[in-house]
Design a protein around this ligand. Structure first.
Ligand code: PMP
Length: 356
């Protein structure tokens, strides 16, 4: 063959299937519930801050993102050297595989979980070790600990797990961490942490403080509603955070994104109100689903999971007829985000039409 050839692993990278945009429909408001986005408009002060930053678009962003690092360090009460910002928390997953894995090194994660994991691992020519989630959608942390070998560099713990919904408890995480050797970086992907209301929630900050091998990843895309601006951050031991910053894309977090994230952090009160409203809608939806016979797995994020097997595609078609866009995972099930109350009512109607 002539012409440039990418590394063979590139051909093996699975495609990321993004949530479909809504198809406009005559006389029907269509709700996009396919990407776990926040249905609210930006938090107070965010549009103003972003607009002001946009006016300086001829200049590169502050490469050190100083204001945002300072604001996050103050909010989380951690040294700024323990933080690493990135272009969405998905970029952090790429960066940590790049920083910690040689080709062939192993990354252990639950499956099904966040679809970017196998993409990031394959892109770095590392090896995915997938441990099936339990029947109730929870991580099988015993099996994940048992899957760790001398080649394991990273374990990804997604809590709440996208797309199945349950959260790992602090007791479960502690027991898991006690079994994992210190050379393994345990990444707790907390993209949905703000929505967790479990009886034994993880205290991520306390956990990373007491372990040299624990890193948290979080995002401004979900609770903070800044998905379009792409800002995520990691909190972890200084050497790990330093490594993540070393492999980051220079100027990756735009000026607009930095300004919007700083303004969002300042709008804590409104944030908490919105999160509380979304959690209340989640509980209302889960109760409504139960009434029509769908006992979905414990939903601790801003989404619910329908295990549908080969009925998944039909479910998505009926959803579309009802004016809601869901995220089907072919042959497995569908993930549906918590949206506006009217959208959530339609999800109950959808479930009614699909007896379990
Ligand atoms: N982790 C999990 C578990 C997610 O579901 C997502 C978004 N779908 C991300 C990370 C990435 O979010 P972002 O890149 O927007 O910060």
């Amino acid at each position: 063959m002539t012409g440039p050839q990418p590394r063979p692993t590139v051909a093996a990278i699975p495609a990321y299937v993004a949530g479909k945009p809504p198809r406009p429909r005559e006389g029907l408001t269509v709700f996009k519930l396919s990407s776990n986005e926040n249905p609210y408009p930006p938090l107070p002060g965010v549009v103003e801050a972003a607009t002001e930053a946009a006016a300086r678009m001829n200049r590169y962003p502050d490469m050190g993102s100083s204001e945002l690092y300072d604001a996050l360090a103050a909010r989380l009460e951690v040294p700024r050297e323990h933080l690493a910002l990135a272009t969405g928390s998905v970029a952090l997953i790429y960066q940590l595989v790049q920083a910690f894995c040689e080709p062939g090194d192993e990354v252990v994660y639950a499956w099904r979980s966040f679809e970017a994991y196998p993409i990031a691992v394959t892109a770095a020519a590392a090896t995915s070790v997938r441990v099936p989630v339990l029947a109730d959608g929870r991580h099988d942390l015993d099996a994940m600990a048992a899957a760790v070998t001398d080649r394991t560099r990273v374990v990804l713990v997604c809590t709440p797990n996208n797309p199945t919904g349950p959260a790992v408890t602090q007791a479960e995480l502690d027991a898991f961490l006690a079994k994992v050797p210190p050379h393994v970086l345990v990444v707790v992907d907390e993209a949905y942490v703000e929505f967790v209301r479990s009886s034994d929630p993880i205290d991520g900050i306390a956990t990373y403080r007491s372990h040299d091998n624990v890193l948290l990843t979080r995002t401004f895309s979900k609770a903070y509603g800044l998905a379009g601006f792409r800002v995520g951050y990691a909190v972890g031991p200084e050497p790990v955070a330093t490594a993540l910053r070393a492999v980051s894309l220079p100027f990756g977090v735009s000026s607009v994104a930095q300004a919007a994230a700083v303004a969002s952090l300042a709008a804590e009160e409104a944030l908490l109100e919105r999160v509380a409203a979304l959690v209340a809608e989640r509980e209302r939806l889960v109760a409504g689903l139960r009434e029509v016979g769908w006992d979905v797995p414990e939903a601790q994020g801003n989404f619910v999971w329908f295990e549908l097997g080969d009925r998944t595609a039909d479910f998505a078609v009926v959803a579309d007829e009802l004016g809601i866009v869901v995220r089907p995972f072919a042959g497995e099930g569908a993930r549906v985000s918590i949206g506006e109350p009217e959208a959530n009512d339609r999800v109950v109607e959808l479930a009614r039409r699909f007896p379990r």
